[in-house]
Design a protein around this ligand. Sequence first.
Ligand SMILES: C[S@@+](CC[C@H](N)C(=O)[O-])C[C@H]1O[C@@H](n2cnc3c(N)ncnc32)[C@H](O)[C@@H]1O
Ligand code: SF4
Ligand code: SF4
Length: 318
Amino acid sequence: MSDATPTLPSQPISPGPAIPQPGAHGPRRLTLEPPPQYAGAMVNVTNHCNLRCRHCFVFRDGNPNDAEGEMKPDRLLRELRRLRDRHGIRTMLWMGGEPMLRWRLIEVGLTLFQRNTITTNGTIALKDLGPNLTYVVSLDGPREVNDSVRGEGTFDKVMKTISAIPDGFRPTVMVQCVLHRENQHRLEELVQVLLPTPVQGLTFSFYVPRAGEVSARAWESNEEREEAVDIVFDLKRRFPGFIWNSSRSLELLRSAHCRLVTDNCPMQQTMLPLYIEGDHFTTPFCCYGNDVDCDRCGSWGVFSMAAKMGGPWDAAAD
Ligand SMILES: C[S@@+](CC[C@H](N)C(=O)[O-])C[C@H]1O[C@@H](n2cnc3c(N)ncnc32)[C@H](O)[C@@H]1O
Ligand code: SF4
Ligand code: SF4
């Protein structure tokens, strides 16, 4: 949705949790009055990417992902400040495309928000942008498994980035692995590779398929996905402290409970997704774009939020 509204004066960020906005999704969120409030937002700061991962939701048809003529840094930052004030946003998740292609823009943008996370493909050196920051570096398995999804040579590039992190580096550095049917049996190898590195923790995010997707990657049902949940539970038991998925979030991923979460998606209600469309931001159905299969969504963000928040899933057993 185009937004030609002039920049509003900066407002103090309102304290307290954002009020969930059931049903407030799609582009109308950016112009609805009164403005829906969101505790957090995610922003694609660029639609450019130096990789073309096979599982990537950003570059699916039907998403705003055109890299031509995208917003200039000054305008992008002005818009983020305006949207922060309009929607009460306190936490920003910086994404793309590859956000580190625009790290100088992000360096300025970090000052706008109370908490910041940059999710990066790890092929560009991490910058020490201060302690108020978490880097989430993407790796999807040991070398050949990762490279079959993220491209030849990417595993070694990312490991080089990780090993170049100097002593005293202030941001938190963690790895996110997108778990799917094809890599679920190779996860321990990734854990073993990462344990001796400066990476502080690892989360597994379960693959979010397109609507109706039938592929080698996508589990056909949440019952079939149970085995992968068991694998992560087992890794968590054996590598406590390093696997950061909470037990509660994993329990909620079980087929008996997961629809209670995804039918009332806490991320959609509390997180504003901002995608670049030419010279303005637009907001798709959810952070994962417009073409998603909610019933089979296993996003780490969704289930870790549900584990922390109250909701219709409260009665689900621990
Ligand atoms: C879209 S990328 C953008 C940031 C950066 N380029 C990167 O790869 O980390 C953000 C995260 O989403 C993950 N991702 C991509 N497609 C996914 C999907 N279909 N389901 C779940 N996660 C996905 C990526 O692996 C990455 O960890
Ligand atoms: S690096 Fe990130 S944005 Fe680029 S294709 Fe891979 S998952 Fe998508
Ligand atoms: S795909 Fe996942 S994150 Fe998106 S609305 Fe559905 S359940 Fe929520």
